[in-house]
Design a protein around this ligand. Structure first.
Ligand code: FES
Length: 155
C-alpha cells in the first residue's frame, strides 16, 4: 500500500505534530481509512513501518477501536449505538427493523454494496438517543420512520 502524494503529505504533517512519531498512530490510521475506506493488513504493515512500531501493536489498536474498519464498508456505513441510553430508547428495534425491512444485517455489507452495518459503543450523543452514525454524520432521536426516510435518500 502506498498512499497518494496528498495523503502522504497529511501523514507527514500529522507525525510532525508529535514529539514521538509513534504518538501519531491514531491520526495516521484515520487518514489511511479516510483515503481507502478501511485498514487492510497491508495498510497496517505500512503504518507500522512508517512509525517504526511492531505490526502487532498496530493490529492491537485497529481491533480495539470500533471506529476502525478491517474490511471494505458499504457506501453508507451505518454504526448503530448499542450502549445504555440508546438501548433504553430503542436501538434493538432499529437493528431488527434494518434487518427485516431493509435486509441490512449486522456485520455485513448488502449485496449491492450500498450499506454496511455494525453495532458500536457509545458515540457520545446519549442525550439524543437513539442514534446512529452514517459515514461521518450523526443521525439522532431516531424512530423507525426516520430511519426509513434516511435510508430512502441514500443511493
Ligand atoms: S448511549 Fe448511545 S450515544 Fe451514548
Amino acid at each position: 500500500m502506498t498512499p497518494s502524494k496528498e495523503v502522504l503529505a497529511k501523514i507527514d504533517a500529522a507525525i510532525a505534530e508529535y514529539p514521538h512519531p509513534e504518538s501519531a498512530l491514531l491520526a495516521i490510521l484515520h487518514l489511511i481509512q479516510q483515503d481507502q475506506g478501511y485498514l487492510s493488513e497491508e495498510a497496517q504493515v505500512w503504518a507500522a513501518e512508517k512509525l517504526s512500531v511492531p505490526v502487532a501493536h498496530v493490529a492491537g489498536v485497529v481491533t480495539f477501536y470500533t471506529m476502525f474498519r478491517l474490511t471494505p464498508p458499504g457506501r453508507h456505513h451505518l454504526q448503530v449505538c448499542k450502549t445504555l441510553s440508546c438501548r433504553l430508547r430503542g436501538c434493538e428495534e432499529i437493528l431488527q427493523h434494518l434487518d427485516k425491512k431493509h435486509g441490512i444485517k449486522e456485520g455485513q455489507v448488502t449485496p449491492d454494496g450500498r450499506f454496511s452495518l455494525v453495532r458500536v459503543e457509545c458515540l457520545g450523543s446519549c442525550g439524543t438517543a437513539p442514534m446512529m452514525q452514517v459515514n461521518d454524520d450523526f443521525h439522532e432521536n431516531l424512530t423507525l420512520e426516520r430511519v426509513d426516510a434516511l435510508l430512502a435518500g441514500m443511493k
